[in-house]
Structures are given as structure tokens and as C-alpha cells.
Ligand binder design. Structure first.
Ligand SMILES: [Zn+2]
Length: 428
């Protein structure tokens, strides 16, 4: 499929979640790669005609997609992944139209950017390239043998400027830091000092890039926030959250991507089994990913899924922006698979007190805003037509997010076929 094949169409009579708000019934017009109009039906309460633009359209000009009984949403954004191989093709089967790659090396990133720019049957990608960590520091123990060579690391503050320049030269869209002394896993691990982290963050900001941090303990999360990061890409889970850490994160305006599916798997308490064997999902999951999804770690750590959920609940209640992400990866991150895991994450966020609408916001508009992707994440005129349509109403029952009826990327409808096994790679 190529970009030029995108057509003009209207999704009629559909319930709309536009990334922030719900309209009970609307028509949504797409021309080429863009959403060009959102027309709430008469009698449907809506208060902001300017927000939606086109109020009338010439129906004859458009192919009609019947949205009766369905809900239309922005394509989902998974804000913490590590795509390789067929990952982006797998993700879009589940309505994930953008993935944030939060650690890679050029040999693993491969041509995924070029493929995603060219084709609409894979999710789009933004990447941190290689994250800033010390020699032997996280995630070396997870990925060491899978890379041909040692990836770039930094020793101290004096290395930060060059490290960030090198990532910028590789095309990094944001900078990732790893601040993990092993507390949450119960194994001491060398890590960036707070001072080094502060300089990396300053260098990232000097290049106009966000800086986001891996931290899984309260102590490491506090160090990251003091170092000035914009986001935390896991929730901490080594202990129940105290008021001080919640307060500090809220005051700093830092967003948090809990990645509960992976935190639960790391704590040995959760797998993706339920979602893996859901009849709506199973046919689309290649066997190798199904196996990864149904596995979890047995690290014997002090961490727990309960701590992670308590922290997520407290952060949300305090008004911290929650962004949805999974940490889906084929290297070491057991319990995940691209695309489908985000639906499990949404349900876990609802378990933590987010309403279904708030959980969907975390995977759409909040993700787009947090990462500065202002061309997507909302169904409003002018935005890219990355869309997901599901049967039923996920704004009241989050599990409906997996009842997928259609997916579009840049206005082009995905031919959503069950996985061939082994599945096709997105390299063609
Ligand atoms: Zn990760």
C-alpha cells in the first residue's frame, strides 16, 4: 500500500471519542491523509462548532463507512516500546498507529523509520535511539548478548554533550536516560549519577528535545525528577508510594508512563495470557509473540504489581498526566507483545482508577501532547487520519477496545488479516 492510494470517505453515524471528549453520534470526514470534518448529528449535544470545523458536507463526494454501533477513536499511541522486526506491522493490527521506541541501537532500528514513512500498513515510529546509561548499567543485563557490539555508554557529566550530539546525529526524537541502581529488582546495578543525569537532561533540552527516564524505584524516580526530566517511562514499584514522591512528581509537571503490563511481569505476577488467548486477539498474534506475551519474569525482586498500581492510582488522583505504554519488546521484556499489550494496559489503568475515557486519553491525546506529536492523537480537522473503529463503546467498557472493526493510518484502511506464521516482516 502506498500513501497515494488514500481515499476520501466519511464514517457515518458513529460514536466519537475525539481524544478528549465524546460525541454520541457524528460523521467524520477524511480526505487524503487528513481528517477534514467532524459533524455532530443534530440533537447531539456539542458546544464547540469551531473545534470541529465542517458542519455540512456533500455526501455524494465520499465513500461511506457505516459506523452504526461502533466507536471511532484516534489511532492508539504506545509510548513505551522497543520495535524490531515485525513489531510495527503487529502493532497496527491492534489499532496502535504510533510507537515510541525508548531504546535501540542502529542495527536493531534498521530501516523501520523509512518503512513507516513509506507504508501505511505498519505503525509509525519515533525513537530515542540509544538511551544514556553507564557501562554494565540497565538494560545491559537484558540485552547484552543480542547486540553485536557494546552500545554507547557514558561515564560521567563530561560525556553528556557528546552523547546527546551523537543521538541527535542518529535522528533521535527525544533522549532517554536510565537511572536504575537495581533497587526494584533486588540486584545492585551501576547507574548514572544524578549529576550526570542533570547534564544529559540539560543537553537534551539545549537541542530542543524531551528527556525521559527509566526508573523503577522511588529513590531513582526522585533522582530523575530532580535531574529535570520531562517524563518517567515506568512507574516505581519497590515500595508503596509515599506522599512525598507523588507530590514531587506533580509539582515538577512530569508525565508518567506506568507500563503496568511490564511492571507486573517483572514482579512475576502478571502475564498477557488473558489478552493473548482472547478470541478477538489470538488469530492476529504470531506464535513467537504469543509465547512472549504468556511469559513473565521470576526475579525474586522486592517489587510488586500492587505497589505499581497503588503508585499509578495516587499519581492519577494527584493530577499527574498518565500516558499509556507497554514496554513491548522482543528482547527480555517478557509478558508483552506489540499492539495487543496496549489493550491490556488500558484495562490495568482502569483498575487504577482512571475512567475508560481517561485511559483512552492516555493512549491518544495525552500521549501526543506529552511527546509533541501535534499532528495526531485527536479526531479534529487538520489532524492526520490515524483512526481506530471498534464495536461497542470502550468509553464505558474499556474491554471493547479490542473489538476492532477497522484501522486507518494516514487515511488508508488497513487490510487486517490474521497473522501468517511466521508473520511477514515490514521490510518490503
Ligand atoms: Zn523499555
Amino acid at each position: 500500500m502506498s500513501v497515494s492510494e488514500a481515499a476520501a470517505f466519511v464514517v457515518r453515524n458513529v460514536r466519537l471519542f475525539d481524544g478528549e471528549q465524546i460525541i454520541d453520534r457524528a460523521d467524520v470526514v477524511v480526505e487524503g491523509e487528513r481528517i477534514t470534518g467532524v459533524t455532530p448529528h443534530s440533537g447531539t449535544p456539542h458546544h464547540d462548532a469551531e473545534r470541529y470545523g465542517v458542519e455540512r458536507y456533500d455526501a455524494d463526494r465520499y465513500e461511506v463507512v457505516d459506523g452504526t454501533g461502533a466507536t471511532l477513536l484516534p489511532g492508539l499511541i504506545d509510548s513505551h516500546t522497543h520495535p524490531t522486526g515485525n513489531a510495527l506491522a503487529l502493532a497496527i493490527l491492534f489499532g496502535v498507529t504510533t510507537e515510541m521506541d525508548l531504546f535501540t541501537v542502529p542495527e536493531r532500528l534498521g530501516n523501520q523509520r523509512a518503512v513507516a514513512a513509506e507504508r501505511n500498513d505498519v505503525a509509525d515510529i519515533r525513537s530515542a535511539s540509544t538511551g544514556a546509561t553507564v557501562l554494565g548499567g540497565h538494560p545491559s543485563m537484558l540485552i547484552g548478548l543480542s547486540f553485536r557490539e557494546q552500545f554507547p555508554v557514558i561515564d560521567g557529566p563530561e560525556d553528556a554533550a557528546q552523547f546527546v550530539r551523537d543521538r541527535v546525529a542518529e535522528g533521535a526524537d527525544f533522549i532517554k536516560l536510565l537511572i536504575d541502581d537495581g533497587t526494584a529488582m533486588g540486584h545492585p546495578s551501576p547507574t548514572l549519577s544524578e549529576e550526570t543525569a542533570r547534564v544529559v537532561v540539560a543537553e537534551a533540552h539545549a537541542h530542543g528535545l524531551l528527556a525521559v527516564a527509566h526508573a523503577t524505584s522511588v529513590r531513582n524516580a526522585l533522582a530523575a525528577v530532580r535531574a529535570g526530566v520531562d517524563g518517567l517511562v515506568h512507574v516505581f514499584m519497590d515500595q508503596p508510594p509515599g506522599e512525598d514522591v507523588i507530590h514531587t512528581i506533580r509539582e515538577a509537571g512530569v508525565f508518567v508512563i506506568p507500563t503496568l503490563v511490564t511492571m507486573g511481569s517483572m514482579a512475576g505476577e502478571l502475564t498477557g495470557q488473558a489478552v493473548a488467548d482472547d478470541g478477538r486477539a489470538r488469530p492476529y498474534i504470531p506464535d513467537d509473540w504469543h509465547q512472549n506475551l504468556c511469559s513473565c519474569w521470576q526475579l525474586g525482586s522486592p517489587s510488586s504489581l500492587e505497589n505499581a498500581k497503588l503508585a499509578t492510582r495516587a499519581l492519577h488522583r494527584a493530577g499527574v498526566t498518565i500516558v499509556a505504554g507497554t514496554d513491548a519488546a522482543d528482547v527480555g521484556v517478557l509478558g508483552t507483545a506489540h499492539g495487543v499489550s496496549l489493550h491490556q494496559e488500558l484495562a490495568l489503568l482502569v483498575d487504577c482508577g482512571l475512567t475508560p475515557t481517561e485511559a483512552l486519553t492516555a493512549a491518544t491525546s495525552s500521549a501526543a501532547t506529552s511527546f509533541g506529536l501535534l499532528d495526531r492523537g485527536r479526531v479534529t480537522p487538520g489532524r492526520q487520519a490515524d483512526l481506530l473503529m471498534v464495536h461497542g463503546d470502550p468509553t464505558t467498557d474499556i474491554t471493547a477496545s479490542l473489538s476492532i472493526r477497522a484501522v486507518w493510518r494516514r487515511g488508508q484502511r488497513l487490510h487486517r488479516a490474521p497473522a501468517s506464521r511466521p508473520s511477514a516482516t515490514p521490510s518490503g
